[in-house]
Design a protein around this ligand. Structure first.
Ligand code: DGL
Length: 280
């Protein structure tokens, strides 16, 4: 979190409270985090940026992910936001330290730490599983963050095919279950908490849960980051408490069937959806 925001008064500050929250992701999947933010913080205005022209980030290099993430933040900063939520697990794993160092005046909350905290809190046997994109898993950031918090055993597995399955709406039945077995059989029986470290995976909860078995707690990082955002805004006195906030969605490309896709992840229709050109 940035130092300027931290030094502000902790009493409720109306003008601060009225500023929007900025959320970004590599695409539309990050709307799973917005869905949770809208549930937990219904009065907040939210500006969402989905970099649909360049999705996926999870198969790209660290250098490229950092560059894209900077451009995403630069876009959101134009809206005088009070907090940035990085809904993308890949950016949260690979580029968050870089963003925090570059934008020191801006509080930046990623999905990784809240998810890790919850996993460490609930992993009774001390064995935690992490699934995510290739870039997320290869960054090893979950492992480092979990080990900082105690003597845990961590098993990681990239599950790249879950992303197109979720986008297709193919989330239950034979095909996703087969794919889930291919990825998850090696974790089954070996972990008691599993971090769903990708925006798309909450849509596959039913299938993942069936394959992992009933004793395994699935951690929805979108839920955890929303809780953390409320905690942070409350502590700073920046919470907006009355009314219904609006949601404006900006996309770098408007894909076919975008309304259906948005609804799949968000569960509602946003006030507006606009195409935006980032300065690449
Ligand atoms: N939003 C990405 C994530 O949470 C998944 C899609 C991508 O690879 O860009 O990691």
């Amino acid at each position: 979190m940035g130092s300027t925001a931290e030094s502000r008064s902790s009493k409720r500050n109306t003008s601060e409270a009225d500023r929007p929250i900025g959320v970004f992701d590599s695409g539309i999947g990050g709307l799973t985090a917005v869905r949770e933010l809208r549930r937990v913080l219904p009065a907040e205005d939210i500006i969402y940026l989905g970099d649909t022209a360049r999705v996926p980030y999870g198969t790209k290099s660290e250098e490229t992910i950092k560059r894209f993430a900077e451009q995403d933040v630069d876009f959101l900063r134009r809206f005088d936001i009070k907090l940035i939520v990085v809904a993308c697990n890949t950016v949260s794993s690979v580029a968050i330290e870089h963003l925090r160092a570059k934008y020191r005046d801006l509080p930046i909350l990623g999905v990784l730490e809240p998810g890790v905290e919850e996993a460490c809190r609930t992993a009774e046997s001390g064995r935690i599983g992490v699934i995510g994109t290739i870039a997320t898993i290869e960054s090893r950031r979950h492992v480092r963050e979990i080990k900082k918090r105690g003597d845990f055993q961590v098993l990681c597995r990239p599950c790249p095919l879950f992303v197109p399955l979720a986008e297709e709406g193919l989330v239950t039945g034979q095909i996703p279950e087969l794919v889930a077995h291919m990825y998850l059989d090696e974790l089954r029986g070996k972990v008691d908490s599993l971090i769903l470290g990708c925006t798309h995976y909450p849509l596959l909860t039913e299938t993942i849960s069936r394959v992992m078995g009933p004793g395994v707690k699935l951690i929805n990082v979108s839920h955890e980051v929303a809780r953390k955002a409320r905690e942070y805004l409350g502590e700073k006195g920046f919470l907006r408490e009355k009314g219904r906030g609006n949601l404006r969605v900006y996309l770098t490309d408007i894909p076919p069937h975008y309304e259906e896709l948005i609804y799949r992840f968000l569960g509602e229709k946003p006030e507006s959806v606009e195409k935006v050109e980032l300065e690449f």
